[in-house]
Write a protein that binds this ligand. Structure first.
Ligand SMILES: [Zn+2]
Ligand SMILES: [Zn+2]
Length: 147
């Protein structure tokens, strides 16, 4: 008789609360509209995120609209898993398109590019830290204060 792992009972994750936000680069050439759950944002210590000081929220493919800037963006990618789109004029990265085998295709939007959020609203957004540098994406690195 094979021994099946016993499912661990976990508290179900709260249903995502999608809210519509617009986001833009600094000069305004690149604009997006997203329906996004800001209760699940992330920062990461991988070699790309640490240089950009990325703070991203995941956006489902069908919840992302590029409003302006299809020709205004350039794209940087390290491995092809994430295409980091940034404005050719001002250099700000508004979004990335990702394709991770275990997750599928999705977008991320830069939380700092979202329009109209107050400092208090930004400060209240929860952040999950990923130890991407050590390919340990589902756990936080030991030190996070610089991310
Ligand atoms: Zn720009
Ligand atoms: Zn990263």
């Amino acid at each position: 008789m094979s021994s099946e792992p016993i499912p661990v009972q976990t508290t179900p994750a709260p249903a995502p609360v999608l809210k519509t936000h617009t986001a833009a680069c600094h000069c305004g050439d690149v604009k997006v509209k997203v329906n996004v759950d800001l209760s699940a944002t992330g920062r990461c210590n991988c070699t790309v995120c640490v240089k950009k000081r990325s703070w991203n929220a995941r956006v489902a493919i069908e919840e992302f609209t590029l409003v302006a800037g299809a020709d205004a963006c350039s794209v940087y990618t390290l491995s092809g898993a994430a295409l980091h789109h940034f404005c050719k004029r001002c250099g700000v990265s508004v979004y990335s398109k990702c394709n991770i085998p275990t997750i599928g295709e999705f977008y991320t939007v830069s939380v700092n590019c979202l329009d109209g959020l107050t400092a208090d609203e930004l400060a209240a957004i929860p952040i999950r830290y990923s130890d991407g540098l050590n390919n340990n994406w589902w756990n936080p690195p030991t030190v996070t204060c610089y991310l």
